[in-house]
Design a protein around this ligand. Sequence first.
Ligand SMILES: Cc1cc2nc3c(=O)[nH]c(=O)nc-3n(C[C@H](O)[C@H](O)[C@H](O)COP(=O)(O)OP(=O)(O)OC[C@H]3O[C@@H](n4cnc5c(N)ncnc54)[C@H](O)[C@@H]3O)c2cc1C
Length: 483
Amino acid sequence: MSTSSPIIIVGGGIAGLATALAAAPAPVLLLTRAPGAKGAASAMAQGGIAAALDTGDTPQAHAHDTVVAGSQHNDPAVVDLLTQSAADAVHWLQSIGVAFDSNPDGRLQFGREGGHDRPRIVHAGGDATGAKVMEALVAKARASSHITRRAGVEVDGVLLRDGRVCGIAMINADGQREEIAGRAVVLATGGIGGLFAQTSNPPDADGSGLAIALAAGAALRDVEFVQFHPTALALPGLHSLPLITEALRGAGATLRDSKGRSLMQGVHPLGDLAPRDIVARQVWKANQAGGAVLDAHTVGAAFLHKFPTVFQACMDHGIDPRVQPIPVTPAAHFHMGGVAVDADSRTSVEGLYAVGEVACNGVHGANRLASNSLLEGVVFGRRLGAQLQQLSNPAETDATTSAQRHRESLSAVELEALRGLMMQFMGPLRTRAGLAEGLQECAAFAEAGWQGELAQELLRAAQRRTVSLGAHFLADQSEQLIS
Ligand SMILES: Cc1cc2nc3c(=O)[nH]c(=O)nc-3n(C[C@H](O)[C@H](O)[C@H](O)COP(=O)(O)OP(=O)(O)OC[C@H]3O[C@@H](n4cnc5c(N)ncnc54)[C@H](O)[C@@H]3O)c2cc1C
C-alpha cells in the first residue's frame, strides 16, 4: 500500500459527499454506480431539512419530536448530536451554494411536516430540495482536488488484513474485477427500498452496502425497522413509484376505499393526517380488500401550481387528479436500521465505517421523523470526514484476504419474486405467522443470491422482535391499535 492510499468512499449521495468534502486534504476515492447525483435517493428528496433555526425553536424541541417519532427507541446522545449540529449543517450547505427558499425580507422559509411541533423544515426550489442540495455538493466535489471520482462501478466486497479492512473489491466500468487498497473504507450506499415490490426509492437502493458489511463480519442493528410511505402512486407492474405528498391531505384530499368510504375517519384523531405508519396500514388493508384512492378533487384548479410534481406524475400515467381519484399504495421509503455504528460512524470491524441511510447509529429509533435523514447525512458525514482526515496509513503487509458478498445477484425474475415476498411479509402490516412463512420461502432466495441472504437477515430480525414497536407492527400481537 503506498503512503498516499486514499480513503475509499462507496456512494455519492449526501452522506458520501459530505464525508468526502470534510476529509480534505486527505486523498479520497469516491466510487459510485452512476455518475453525478444519478441513482442517489438524496437527489429525490422533496420536503427538506429539519433544523431549529426559527425564532423560539430549540435543538431540544427538535430532539423531543425526533424521539417521540422514534417510539423512544432512539439513542438520546446521538439525537442531541444531530439536532445541536443542525443549524451548522444548514449554514454549511448555504456556504457551498445551496439557496434555501426565503421570504422577501431574506429570512428563511420554514415548512411544517408530520411529527414536528412547529414549522422547522428548510427547503430549496420548493419541492426540489434534494436536487438542489446535490447540485451544490456534486459541483463542490468536482472542484475539490483531493477527491477522485469513479462512476459505473459495482463494489461488492472489502479487503481485509489481520481482521482490519484495508480496501475494496469491485467490478469496474470495463466489467473487470479490480481491488483497490485504502486507509479506510466508508459505506455510504443508501437504503433498501429496492428489496420491496413497491418503493419510493431509486432501484439502486438495494442494500448492497449492508450485504458487504455482512460479508465483512460487521454487526447490523435494528434492520427490522422499515418506514413505509402511505401514498405512492399505485402503478401496477412498476417498482419505483412517484410519491403523492402528504401535503395534499393537508390541503383537504381524503383517502377512500373502493366503495368510496373514508379510510381514516374514526381511526385516529388526526384523521387523514395521522402518523405515517398508521395511515400506511389503513391503505395497505384497503388495497388487500379491493383498492385505496386519494380523492383530491377539492384541490381543484390550484393543483397545477401548488403540486406541480404530483400533477405531472399523475398526468404522465393518464390520471387527471383534479377530477379523477388517485390510486395509492404504501411504498418502502426509509430504512431506520442498518450497519451498526457508533456516533463516529465506526462499525464493529476496524477500518470499516458506515454513514447515511445504510448506517444505524440509533438516531431514528423505531421510526424516522420527517426531514431528519438529509440532515443525518450532512451531520455525521462531516463529522466522519473530519476524523478520517487525521487517519494515517496502517503498516504495510502483504497478507490480504477479501470478503465479498457471499453469492451472485438474483436473476431479474427471482428479484421480482423476492420483492413481492418482502412486501407481503415484511410490509407495513406483519404477523408472526407471516414472518415464519416469509422466512421459509426466503430460504431458496438466500441460496441463490446476496439479496436473498440480506432479506433473510431482515426477516429474522423482525421475527426476533416479538412486540410491536414504531414501524415494526405485528397485527396478531396488537390488533386493537389498527381497528
Ligand atoms: C422520494 C424520496 C423523498 C425523500 N424526501 C426526503 C426529505 O424531504 N427529507 C429528508 O431528510 N429525507 C428525504 N428522503 C430520504 C433521503 O433522501 C435519504 O435517506 C438520503 O438521501 C440517503 O442518502 P445517502 O447518501 O445515505 O444515500 P443515497 O443518496 O441513496 O446514495 C447512495 C449512493 O450509493 C451508491 N451505491 C450503492 N450501492 C453501491 C455499490 N454496490 N457500489 C457502488 N456504489 C453504490 C449509489 O450509486 C449512490 O451514489 C426521501 C427519500 C425519497 C426516496
